[in-house]
Design a protein around this ligand. Structure first.
Ligand code: OGA
Ligand code: MN
Length: 280
């Protein structure tokens, strides 16, 4: 049987829409194409899917082994599915600042597969930024300034006992006793799937450049961050029932808008395992 290839339409700013595909019934060749498209575009959006949790897990496992997030509560009955939830009573959402998932790990997650389960009547969009483009469009001077640098990443200030979530009405995300050691990654990595150079620092988990204090690091970090979220390199995903997004954590950032207070929002996330990152 000849397997169909993917129909891909780039999204202005970041990512691509994949049309005419049923994620529960992909052929092997299509899974290979999907992985390559993910590495190339950073974000793939699929509409009108109807994945059961079992099909969500099966899809993730065909792309890469699952990396279970140690901070998020699991969906009931599905220990490998993280619940990304905000109730009508809560004011803090999850992922409401620019970040990429798991950069605090020595082998950061390669990607995430997010399925919309329960959406507010309006709002709750997710923004995505293209970090390939961010690197490519840096001026030569800045590229020279960051060449060879490494940066320290951590999670305790976000998920630790005294971290940011502990002060909010999502305190169950703050995990005492599972503090993680800081980890170091090159500031410019070679993407393991595409071979392209990527800017690999992010506002949520990058603490400082190796060998410099946070204060010494902040001016350059802030300059890189402001460049990365230029509107020309950002897209907005407006979720609808049945929308599935798969993103590559090495070459994109994302930001969950928190503009739907008083309404419930539930997403199911499966995180895909990655590898140690090499300097470009
Ligand atoms: C995540 C995340 C964004 C959202 O699942 O990693 O940041 O829009 N979610 O829910
Ligand atoms: Mn996230």
């Amino acid at each position: 049987m000849i397997e169909t290839r993917l129909r891909i339409e780039p999204i202005q700013g970041c990512g691509a829409l994949v049309k005419d595909v049923d994620l529960a019934r992909l052929g092997d060749a299509e899974v290979g194409d999907l992985r390559q498209a993910l590495f190339d575009h950073g974000l793939l959006v699929f509409r009108e899917q109807s994945l059961t949790p079992e099909q969500h897990i099966a899809l993730a496992e065909r792309i890469a082994p699952i990396d279970v997030n140690r901070f998020f509560p699991a969906a009931p009955g599905y220990p490998v599915i993280a619940k990304v939830e905000k109730t009508a009573q809560q004011t803090t959402n999850i992922g409401g600042g620019w970040h990429t998932d798991h950069s605090y790990d020595a082998e950061p997650a390669m990607g995430s597969v997010l399925v919309a389960r329960d959406l507010p009547p309006a709002g709750g969009d997710t923004l995505f930024a293209d970090l390939y483009a961010a690197y490519d469009t840096l001026d030569a001077e800045t590229k020279a300034e960051i060449a060879g640098l490494r940066a320290v990443h951590g999670s305790d200030h976000v998920f630790g006992e005294k971290g940011a979530y502990a002060q909010t009405d999502q305190p169950e995300l703050a995990k005492g006793g599972v503090e993680t050691p800081e980890t170091v990654h090159p500031v410019v990595i070679t993407h393991p799937g595409s071979g392209k150079s990527v800017l690999y620092v992010n506002p949520s988990f990058t603490l400082r450049f190796e060998g410099r204090t946070r204060e010494e690091s902040l001016p350059l970090l802030m300059k890189l961050y402001a460049h990365a979220i230029d509107q020309s390199r950002v897209s907005t995903l407006v979720w609808a029932p049945g929308t599935v997004a798969i993103w590559d954590n090495r070459c994109t950032w994302h930001f969950a808008r928190n503009d739907y207070h008083g309404h419930y929002r539930l997403m199911h996330r499966i995180t895909l395992a990655g590898c140690a990152l090499e300097a470009a």
